[in-house]
Design a binder for this molecule. Structure first.
Ligand code: ZN
Ligand code: ZN
Length: 213
């Protein structure tokens, strides 16, 4: 069984997750949003003090608040960054995105090293994360489903009682709505939803109470 640790980083209160197998110590870092040395240390201290072995960074999409810690994590652990191939335009705009949102980010994000396609299975210790393509908030947005644990990481596609904004480049409301209903709402009712911002929820509660859908 996997365990997870949640961090809240950068001025957008973005959720960064470390998902790890307690037996093998393997872990993945989902959306490292660290925006300064203090946040980087908080993330790395957790990983190091639990003797975890990071396998890769996975980005749910290419918005700056979810990728600004990529370079630090890559450097620290010598790991690769994995994301859907359609995130490239957002990565290329990372410096521009930072300026637009007034974020203290001066570098350019390298393009992801590894492409993740819909249906791909990522092994973490004795468990798996399945890639579910859920674009609409941004191009190349993915969700990550941990079937054994009953978790889904939705990035900025689905939030507790809300959905991702669709007014940024690459956004498409109809596409987002269709993906949430046809891809995420088919997951089991008790699946815990870990989103890119705010608190967690369940598929059951969102199907029932999310007024944006
Ligand atoms: Zn976003
Ligand atoms: Zn976000």
């Amino acid at each position: 069984m996997l365990k997870l640790e949640q961090f809240v980083f950068n001025p957008f209160s973005e959720n960064t997750y470390v998902v790890y197998d307690e037996n093998t110590k393997e872990c993945v870092i989902i959306d490292p949003g660290c925006s300064n040395a203090g946040e980087e240390n908080e993330l790395f201290d957790f990983i190091d003090s639990h003797h975890l072995k990071p396998l890769m960074v996975i980005n749910t999409h290419g918005h700056i608040d979810h990728i600004m810690g990529n370079t630090a994590a890559k450097k620290k652990y010598g790991i690769k960054v994995a994301a859907h191939p359609n995130v490239k335009n957002d990565f290329l705009r990372s410096r521009q995105q930072a300026a637009m949102f007034g974020l203290p980010f001066m570098g350019d994000c390298d393009l992801p090293d590894v492409d993740l396609e819909d249906g791909e299975i990522i092994k973490v210790g004795e468990s798996t994360l399945e890639v579910i393509s859920t674009p609409g908030h941004a191009m190349g947005s993915i969700s990550l489903y941990a079937e054994i644990e009953g978790w889904v990481f939705t990035g900025d596609a689905l939030f507790c009682r809300s959905i991702g904004r669709t007014d940024l480049p690459g956004g498409n409301y109809e596409q987002l709505r269709t993906n949430i209903i046809e891809r995420l709402f088919h997951l089991p009712d008790d699946t815990e939803v870990y989103a890119g911002h705010d608190q967690s929820t369940t598929i059951f509660d969102e199907r029932r109470y999310n007024m944006f859908l």
